[in-house]
Design a protein around this ligand. Structure first.
Ligand code: ZN
Ligand code: ZN
Length: 308
């Protein structure tokens, strides 16, 4: 049996590349029958990183079909493989909150409140004295750049500030130049449908018994989102009604100025306003100055507002 290694649904660059780095960690540990896979198509940013470092895209799966699994970059059931309840979870390496998580058997877990899953795996390579190829260093670096917005997100920790230059050395690249190119590759909205924009990076969360869907899209200019606001909002409504989301929020993040704006459909827009002590304006936009991290700056206050 091959052990499948994967990050969350709607995979981002950290989800995809941490599956690859964890697979390599397993191989160097002597566990060779492993495969890094993805729970969905790759986004443009991740495709750019894989192209740049000449790495083939992983196979996309929707079910584990009885194979043992190793989770990276997630643990919550609703963000994982559809048949997770029937799968043996061998390990979890993650940097998110734990929720909806229980297993039938003992397992290996390593979780740290750091900026990316690749940061944790890099530490583990160092602890074991395992080797990191230039290609793998580039892929791990890409995951860290993506999650920390090139060290600008408040999710960044001292660990990323220390290891990102080390990985750039191993990869043999100029960190600032490559990092900005990679982030910009993920902001090409012209090539994205409204559904891609709303759903491309979306995750579901249980908040006070409500299903809250939160998508995030990186842009270099928020006007690109405002120009398409009506059809994006229609998409949020259609997806919420189709999938039973009580609230669907889209956070558009200006990666150059480190600000965001929120659009939303559903019951609980007042919770968003309470969470951020701000009001949707007449055009239905919620200004979120300084907000760039869904995990650290959106989910906790929104959860608190729903459970207040
Ligand atoms: Zn992720
Ligand atoms: Zn991550």
């Amino acid at each position: 049996m091959t052990t499948l290694i994967f990050g969350h649904q709607n995979p981002d660059t950290d989800a995809v590349t941490s599956a690859m780095s964890w697979a390599e960690f397993q191989r160097q540990s002597g566990n060779t029958d492993v495969e890094a896979v993805a729970l969905g198509d790759l986004n443009d940013e991740t495709k750019f990183a894989l192209d740049f470092f000449k790495k083939d895209a992983p196979r996309v799966i929707t079910a584990a079909n009885g194979e043992p699994v190793m989770l990276v970059d997630h643990n919550e059931a609703q963000q994982s493989v559809a048949d997770r309840a029937d799968s043996t979870i061998v390990s979890v390496v993650d940097h998110h909150r734990f929720a909806n998580f229980e297993t039938a058997a003992p397992l290996f877990i390593r979780a740290e409140p750091v900026g990316s899953t690749n940061s944790i795996i890099y530490e583990m390579f160092q602890e074991k004295g395992f080797t990191i190829s230039a290609q793998l260093a580039g892929l791990m670096l890409s995951g860290i750049v993506s999650d920390t917005l090139l060290l600008k997100s408040p999710t960044t920790t001292d660990l990323e500030r220390k290891i990102l230059p080390e990985l750039a050395d191993i990869a043999g690249i100029d960190l600032a130049d490559y990092g900005l190119k990679m982030l910009k590759a993920g902001t090409n909205l012209a090539a994205k449908s409204d559904l891609d924009i709303a759903e491309g990076d979306a995750k579901s969360f249980d908040m006070g018994g409500k299903t809250v869907r939160i998508g995030q899209v990186n842009v270099v200019d928020l006007d690109e989102i405002y120009a398409r606001q009506a059809t994006i909002e229609a998409t949020l409504k259609a997806e919420a009604e189709k999938n039973g989301y009580d609230l669907f929020v889209l956070i558009a993040t200006d990666i150059l100025n480190s600000n965001s704006a929120g659009l939303a459909f559903g019951e609980g827009k007042d919770k968003l306003e309470a969470a951020f002590a701000a009001k949707f304006d007449a055009q239905g936009r919620l200004a979120l100055p300084g907000v760039v991290s869904r995990k650290k700056q959106v989910v906790p206050p929104l959860q608190a507002a729903f459970e207040a």
